[in-house]
Design a binder for this molecule. Structure first.
Ligand code: HEM
Length: 451
């Protein structure tokens, strides 16, 4: 094993000279490849892979990055058998807003904290969240118009945020505090993707830091009461969670983990529901299949058993995540020198993995740009061709802890909606911005008439 070279994010990053043996496109001065990748991240990556192979370097926002492409790289880096690849270093850009969050932890400390957080995701807790979420969704959906188009992307972000207030924090849906919290969460998310990292007044980073401080203050005040009385929301569960040795978290640890959890849950779910709505609006046959599936459940509770029967919806969700994954890149940083695909890569190198482009590879998926959820049917099982062919939730130690929660939420939403409404897209299928967070260009106008 190569010697351990301590690294510090940013200050110890290799220079262009240290990476001169790694192929890559010519580099425009100052901006590097930032604009090109921001404009068309998938097309640019696909072009670079064709020209330079699965290992190439780019310069984004002043940082040299080595891109390790394809399912083998995802497997090697995410499974990380030799504990080389740091998530803390990779997600460094999130550190100001989400210090100490789970994704910003590595190795032993990460394992310990993940074990504690897992308690908030145990089956009985998920059952409580589901019951609460089912009622709230039904209530919120009543307010969506039946005879006038509206932007689904904005509406679903609002719905998931408001539902998050109740399910994540145990707060009333429309109180003033819930509104302030939602604004602060939105400011934090904007700050986490802004290219201007300095908190100049009134910029997204400045607002994000104010949002962070407001949330920490607000949640800190809630901890003693939640510790005393408990509750069936995520925050209360985290206040009470302990590992098997009975160890819980300090106040700061609760705040750190909770803040990141809200962010990790929010845009991801809203994006995948938007992709699903766009797909069902353009593929009437699939919309009908899901309506038949939902009708087949009867009018009873959407409990675990009912959601478990939604196999067609499951395939549609998987296909949506393949076509427009909410997390198309996964960053890491090498803590030691390592060797990959014939190249020596020095400690301190920023690495980018690309599940987004990998999931569009014709070597893994047939007609990869087509919406074809049956590729996940047991007789085709295209995702099984490689253990890391389908990776919208990542893999290894940091694999999404909310995967089952997200699946439950998506099925609950689809069943609740399709029991009452049909989906039409007055403006047709949207185009997608892929960076920094996937979103439909111009929103997603929908019409949801009663069935
Ligand atoms: C469709 C929805 C979602 C997608 C596509 C998604 C995707 C991901 C991915 C790719 C990672 C791994 C990142 C890495 O390895 O660097 C991740 C981690 C994480 N996700 Fe999700 N996520 C989703 C929903 C959720 C939800 C609903 C929650 C919480 C309720 C959540 C909480 C987390 C947390 C806390 C982590 C960090 C895990 C760790 O570092 O151990 N996610 N997610």
């Amino acid at each position: 094993m190569p010697p351990l070279r301590p690294f510090k994010a940013r200050s110890n990053m290799p220079t262009r000279a240290a990476l001169s043996h790694i192929p890559g496109p010519p580099t425009p001065p100052l901006i590097g490849h930032t604009l090109k990748i921001a404009r068309d991240s998938y097309g640019t990556q696909q072009d670079y892979i064709k020209r330079y192979g699965p290992v190439y370097k780019t310069k984004m926002l002043g940082v040299w990055r080595v891109n390790l492409c394809g399912p083998d790289a995802l497997q090697h880096v995410l499974l990380d058998k030799d504990k080389i690849f740091s998530s803390t270093g990779g997600w460094d850009a999130l550190r100001r807003i989400y210090p100490g969050g789970l994704i910003l932890q590595d190795f032993d400390k990460h394992r310990q904290d993940r074990r504690i957080l897992t308690a908030a995701f145990r089956a009985s807790a998920i059952r409580d969240y589901r019951m609460r979420m089912g009622e709230i969704m039904l209530d919120l959906l009543q307010h969506w118009p039946k005879d006038a188009p509206f932007d689904f992307y904005e509406a679903i972000k609002d719905l998931t945020l408001r539902m998050g207030g109740a399910v994540f924090m145990g707060l009333p849906l429309d109180g003033d505090l819930a509104k302030q919290i939602n604004r602060a969460i939105t400011d934090e998310i904007r700050a986490s993707v802004t290219p201007i990292r300095t908190a100049i007044p009134f910029t997204p980073m400045w607002r994000g830091i104010r949002g962070r401080d407001f949330l920490r203050e607000t949640f800190r005040k809630m901890i003693p009461e939640r510790r005393a009385r408990g509750g069936d929301d995520f925050f209360s569960q985290m206040c009470m969670a302990k590992d098997e040795d009975g160890k819980g978290w300090s106040e700061d640890e609760i705040l750190n983990h909770f803040n990141l959890l809200i962010m990790a849950a929010h845009d991801t779910t809203a994006t995948s529901l938007t992709v699903i709505m766009a797909a069902l609006g353009t593929h009437g046959d699939w919309q009908q299949r899901l309506i038949d599936e939902v009708d087949g459940l009867g009018d009873g509770d959407l409990d675990e058993e009912a959601l478990g029967q939604m196999k067609e919806t499951d395939k549609v969700f998987r296909e949506a995540l393949r076509l427009v994954p909410p997390v198309p890149f996964i960053p890491r940083m090498a803590t030691r020198d390592f060797h990959w695909h014939g190249y020596d890569i020095p400690a301190g190198t920023s690495l980018a993995l690309n599940p987004g482009v990998t999931m569009l590879s014709p070597e893994l998926f047939s007609n990869p740009t087509q919406f074809d959820p049956d590729r996940f049917a047991p007789d085709r099982a295209e995702d099984r061709i490689h253990r890391f062919a389908w990776t919208p939730f990542g893999g290894g130690a940091h694999k999404c802890i909310g995967m089952h929660f997200a699946t439950m939420q998506v099925k609950l939403f689809i069943a609740t909606l399709l029991r009452q409404r049909r989906i039409e897209l007055p403006g047709g299928a949207p185009e997608w911005h892929r960076m920094p967070i996937p979103k439909p260009k111009g929103g997603l106008p929908v019409l949801l008439p009663a069935r």
